[in-house]
Design a protein around this ligand. Structure first.
Ligand code: AHR
Length: 504
């Protein structure tokens, strides 16, 4: 048995817990929309064809803003296809995922679904195969109350009130050679700056996200951010980060340390953005929109190339990863990393939500269930309130092939002084033995432990499936709190959330 010593001091506030940190992402991809959140013939479908069981799970997950409609999909998307009478909407070939897009669900239907799940819309515009004018047109359609042709079209199509979309992404992963319309940082930076200026001329109140790198390992990483921000610094609010993690070649130790990569990624992008700002003598600060993050076994990606020119399926099964307990522990640690950077990560989107690398799975005509990754997201979203607070950690270290020596225990806290509530989120990456964790919570005043949740299983490969949808569940963990010292023992490979409330 080894030990770790943690101290929570609410004076070490990092930044506010912004609800947008708990965003999601819905892409027209595989069975995400069709046969996922929308299945008109399903016994649970409402009058619009949306599955009520999925709506209930998305609500339980606690997702704030949802990025839409892609992803790689957006780089071939014509937004006009997705509005107006359904029977007149074109069927299009989606080159990104080699599928047919029927446009049965479009902007209006998706906004209705968002109303049902209680989340806000975040839109991405196509800067891959389209340009500034189409982006401005979409903004006019979405946000102008009335009095113009496009806003009137929206009204005629059934939405009198504007969609009032606050956050807009200027394209998707434009640094990636796989992206339709992929371009150099210089070309993209110029296009993004022109588009941002035009969009702001129409609606100065919107927040804009410029594309950063699709991953820290991209060969252009760093330079891409610098060049793109040199063009767009004055016109955007955030730069995006995307990161997906998986276990490579059985190297579980490195996989369990994935959040170290996320930390380094965020810190490098912040440093680059601040360097661009300093060189310009700017007092403005660019924040991060971590608008795609998750575990994704990308090496196992199903063949998405058509076998024949007429092979363009509707809603094929794509990217339907089934997550293990170990995946969920890593996933929980990524949330710790995001919270621990609340000062600069202003928004984040879990990619994705239903069926496609998702916390929620469905079967056509059958059940919907929670994957293992559902639990850390739902618990963190529900319990994290007030301000994110740094936790100082004395911990044994673990050697990893990819990241060197990493802390065995990592943690972050949140505290809402007014409500007298606090929460601790912890991960134990050690794989051999349990660890005794001692947490000095005296800085929080006199508190009691009101909830405990432990995600762990002796079988690290345990998963929830259609046949065994509740095989993995978080369970309570024993804690002892004496004289402001909270003690908990964490088994190997575990994630935990502890909620505290002020007493007296
Ligand atoms: O989330 C799946 C895909 O990952 C998205 O379409 C793309 O943006 C990223 O490469």
């Amino acid at each position: 048995m080894t030990a770790a010593r943690l101290t929570v001091d609410p004076r070490s506030a990092i930044g506010p817990v912004r609800r947008r940190l708990f965003g999601g992402f819905v892409e027209h991809l595989g069975r995400h929309v069709y046969d996922g959140l929308y299945e008109p013939g399903h016994p649970q479908a409402d009058e619009r064809g949306f599955r009520r069981d999925v709506i209930a799970l998305v609500r339980e997950l606690g997702v704030s803003t949802i990025r839409y409609p892609g992803g790689n999909f957006v780089s071939g998307f014509r937004w006009e296809d997705s509005v107006g009478p359904r029977e007149q909407r074109p069927r299009r070939l989606d080159l990104a995922w080699h599928s047919t897009e029927t446009n049965e669900i479009g902007l209006h239907e998706f906004a209705d679904w968002l109303d049902a799940v209680g989340s806000d819309l975040m839109l991405a515009v196509n800067l891959g195969t389209r340009g500034t004018l189409e982006a401005i047109d979409l903004l006019e359609y979405a946000n102008v109350p009335g009095g113009s042709t496009l806003s009137q079209q929206r009204i005629d199509n059934g939405r009198v009130e504007p969609f009032d979309v606050r956050v807009w992404c200027l394209g998707n992963e434009m640094d990636g050679p796989w992206q339709l319309g992929h371009r150099s940082a210089d070309d993209y930076g110029k296009l993004a700056a022109r588009t941002a200026k035009g969009m702001r001329q129409l609606d100065p109140s919107i927040e804009l996200v410029v594309c950063g790198s699709s991953g820290r390992a991209m060969p252009t990483f760093g330079d891409w951010e610098r060049v793109v921000l040199e063009h767009t610094y004055d016109d955007v609010d955030m730069i995006s980060c995307h990161a997906y993690y998986q276990e490579h070649d059985g190297d579980a130790a490195s996989f369990l340390a994935s959040a170290v990569d996320m930390d380094r990624f965020i810190e490098a992008v912040v440093a680059t953005a601040d360097a661009v700002g300093a060189a310009r003598g700017s007092t403005k600060r660019i924040d991060i929109s971590f608008d795609e993050w998750n575990i994704w076994y990308i090496d196992r990606v199903d063949a998405v190339k058509p076998t024949a020119i007429d092979d363009w399926p509707v809603a094929p099964r794509l990217l339907e990863d089934v997550y293990s307990v170990q995946d969920a522990v890593v996933f929980g640690s990524l949330l710790i990393s995001l919270l621990a950077h609340s000062d600069r990560v202003a928004s984040a989107s879990l990619a994705q939500l239903v069926n496609v690398i998702a916390p929620i799975m469905t079967e056509p005509g059958g059940p919907a269930w929670r994957q293992t990754t559902f639990f850390p997201f739902a618990l963190t979203s529900r319990l994290a309130r007030g301000a994110a607070v740094r936790v100082s950690v004395e911990t044994p270290m673990i050697d990893t092939a990819t990241y060197g020596a990493v802390p065995a225990v990592s943690a972050v806290a949140t505290a809402d002084a007014e409500a007298g509530e606090a929460a601790l989120f912890l991960v134990h990456r050690g794989r051999e033995e349990a660890i005794d964790v001692e947490i000095d919570v005296r800085g929080l005043g006199e508190v009691a432990v009101v909830e405990t949740h432990l995600l762990h299983d002796d079988d690290l490969s345990a998963r929830n499936t259609r046949d065994e949808p509740e095989r993995v569940q978080p369970r309570a963990v024993e804690t002892r709190l004496e004289d402001g010292i909270l003690r908990v023992s964490l088994p190997p490979v575990a994630w935990a959330a502890l909620a505290l409330r002020r007493v007296g």
